[in-house]
Design a protein around this ligand. Structure first.
Ligand SMILES: C[S@@+](CC[C@H](N)C(=O)[O-])C[C@H]1O[C@@H](n2cnc3c(N)ncnc32)[C@H](O)[C@@H]1O
Length: 364
């Protein structure tokens, strides 16, 4: 087996029983959004999981916390972590007619690839523990580090659990390379937790309908179907099986889904991922949830969800995105917001930050 080594790599060989002793912090609910009786009847509440959960905190703490009750319980994990891009993503906030600048999230790393890889590695080890046996993981990255991440996933999940390397081709993003070709795709690496994982067939519309020969299986051999005069028969197909190159535009500020978050992903991308790897009622998790795209799509597709982000701006956007959907369209499940309270977080909650009218925009 080939293994990736980096400076100061800490191989985590602890078994899950030992890991449970390392709970660093305790998470408490600070907001709860229930359903009324009629809505409860329409949905279905799993007694072992009474509400969807949005965690505000470092995902490593959250993962240790979840190991207690969620070992082998999560059916699909999607992560879109910082990509080792060398950039911090700045935002402009408008609050009560005042403007100020802030950082949506940090992705600088001072060129220290080892600490970036260690950060991901520690989390991927824990993802494996909380994924259910039929579970599947989708890890989003780009040219900066995807070649390393694939080797980490091989190590943790096993090369034989590799499912796909999805190429997301975003043809509408401006890229200014003069001494290289425009970089126009991200990759989403897919691994399963066992050989018996959920994977649904998806079909997408063709640009133009196509005539296709009709075939029949005769004693295990595929043959052309013929009519009674011996002429081959055709059918018109309007769709095709989804392959691993996905042509989906980058989300544009004019879209009604746009939250202003700098690297918000297109909801169509998450719709495909969630439909492929899960069924209604399954539990989906995103531990780098940003503006909450995965959770909003999970809500719409009637999956249960767990989300997490370290930044209050992400929690603000995700909270409001879920509430808007629930108020405008449909309530499927109650949800709660949890955090490991420290003085800074208590001050933010007490200031009413999450209930305020603020606007968050990517800084140009
Ligand atoms: C690329 S963004 C995710 C964008 C998201 N997919 C969307 O559609 O909006 C990465 C997110 O990871 C979060 N993040 C980075 N390190 C984290 C950590 N240790 N724990 C929790 N969240 C973290 C950042 O705050 C940021 O919001």
């Amino acid at each position: 087996m080939v293994k990736l080594i980096w400076q100061n790599k800490k191989e985590n060989t602890l078994k899950s029983e030992d890991l449970k002793k390392y709970i660093p912090t305790f998470f408490k609910t600070f907001e709860y959004h229930s359903l009324n009786d009629k809505e409860k009847l329409e949905g279905f509440i799993n007694p072992q999981f009474r509400s969807n959960k949005l965690f505000w905190g470092n995902n490593l703490d959250v993962l240790y916390f979840l190991l207690n009750n969620f070992e082998e319980k999560i059916d699909l994990i999607y992560i879109d972590p910082p990509f080792f891009s060398g950039t911090n993503y700045e935002i402009k906030i408008k609050e009560d007619d005042k403007f100020y600048d802030s950082i949506a999230y940090y992705d600088h790393w001072n060129n220290d690839l080892s600490s970036y890889l260690q950060m991901l590695y520690e989390r991927i080890l824990l993802f494996k523990q909380i994924l259910s046996k039929k579970g599947i993981i989708f890890v989003h990255s780009d040219w900066h580090a995807n070649h390393y991440i694939r080797l980490i996933l091989d190590e943790v999940f096993g090369e034989n659990k590799f499912v796909n390397n999805i190429v997301w081709y975003y043809y509408n993003k401006y890229s200014a390379g003069k001494k290289n070709l425009s970089r126009a795709y991200d990759t989403i690496l897919v691994y399963s937790n066992s050989s018996n994982y959920t994977f649904n067939e998806l079909r997408i519309p063709r640009k133009k309908p196509r005539k296709q020969l009709m075939r029949v299986n005769i004693d295990g051999v595929l043959k052309n179907l013929k009519d009674k005069n011996g002429h081959v028969r055709y059918r018109t197909v309007k769709d095709k099986k989804l392959d691993d190159v996905w042509k989906i535009p980058c989300l544009q500020p004019a879209s009604k889904e746009w939250t202003g978050f700098p690297t918000q992903k297109h909801h169509s991308l998450l719709e495909r991922i969630i439909k492929l790897g899960s069924n209604e009622g399954d539990l989906i998790a995103d531990f780098f949830c940003g503006s909450g795209t995965t959770l909003a799509v999970a809500e719409k597709l009637k999956r249960r969800w767990i989300g997490c982000d370290i930044s209050e701006y992400s929690i603000y956007l995700t909270r409001n995105r879920i509430l808007d959907y629930q108020n405008e369209v449909h309530k499927f499940y109650p949800f709660e917001i949890l955090t490991n309270l420290d003085t800074e977080k208590s001050n933010i909650i007490e200031s009413g930050f999450f209930q305020k009218e603020i606007s968050i925009k990517r800084k140009k």
